[in-house]
Design a protein around this ligand. Structure first.
Ligand SMILES: [Zn+2]
Ligand SMILES: [Zn+2]
Length: 259
């Protein structure tokens, strides 16, 4: 992998390293492009795993400094990973003005039965909730604000089985990816987290072959991302394993994002 658009920063409180740390690791590994996409500040996600609004400037300045330092050697982009949760368009517009791209990292949904609640996607167990997640992703992509659908199959993490609802959710997401020309991410962080045993056999929580089989059949395109939460993760075994899976599953990839 020589380009990565999904890179975090210690400001999100669950990643390690500054822009400088990630850039030197990427440069050493021969990257031509490094895109930073730390978790955006959020007024609705109160879990302490995001940069604060007042820290956004620090993040932007840190990445800008590195951008200048690597000029002519490696292209650095400034982005954010962000959920699409509310219709507060001002929030998205303000942030979008400050960065080059957004990746959609839909870690929460507003469930149909309680629109004021936030439910973590990683814990979803009901068919109607995973469909809701897929519809959230579709509405997000429709806005045209996003350049990549991060870990599109994360909804299977706790759901496990690949039943009719799982297939319907996959279809909604993959068709949105095709219709609005926003690639699906093959997320190496899912691979990094290791495989599990379920009724469906031994598999990663995500990426899931059943999901990607539909993507391949429909002709969708993937972008491999490190989803690096530490500099080492830009070039670790999970990347190599992901590259092997992409090949084995017959997934068509591209390595450049449009924004
Ligand atoms: Zn994270
Ligand atoms: Zn991420």
């Amino acid at each position: 992998m020589k380009k990565n658009y999904h890179t975090h920063h210690e400001l999100c409180r669950h990643a390690k390293g500054t822009a400088k740390d990630y850039a030197s690791k990427a440069y050493e590994a021969g990257f031509s492009v490094l895109g930073f996409s730390d978790h955006a500040p959020s007024a609705v996600i109160t879990k302490d795993a995001r940069m604060r609004f007042e820290e956004l400037e620090t993040y932007l300045k840190d990445v800008e400094a590195i951008k200048r330092q690597y000029e002519g050697k490696m292209i650095i982009h400034t982005g954010l990973e962000i959920e699409y949760l509310d219709t507060n368009h001002e929030y998205y517009r303000d942030l979008k003005r400050k960065v080059e791209y957004f990746i959609l990292g839909q870690h929460y949904i507003r469930p149909e039965d309680d629109k004021s609640a936030l439910r973590g996607v990683i814990g979803l167990k009901k068919g109607k909730d995973i469909i809701e997640y897929a519809k959230n992703v579709e509405s997000a992509i429709k806005t045209g604000m996003f350049s990549l659908i991060a870990h599109p199959d994360i909804y299977l993490a706790s759901y496990g089985r690949f039943d009719e609802d799982a297939e319907e959710a996959a279809t909604i997401i993959i068709e949105a990816s095709l219709k609005y020309d926003v690639p699906l991410e093959f997320n190496a962080n899912g691979v990094r987290r290791g495989s599990i045993n379920s009724k469906a056999g031994t598999h990663y929580r995500y990426p899931r072959k059943e999901f990607w089989d539909i993507a391949v059949q429909k002709g969708a395109t993937a972008v491999l991302s490190a989803d690096a939460h530490s500099p080492e993760q830009l070039n670790d075994q999970a990347i190599k394993d992901s590259e092997s899976l992409i090949k084995a599953w017959g997934i068509t990839t591209k390595d450049t994002l449009k924004f």
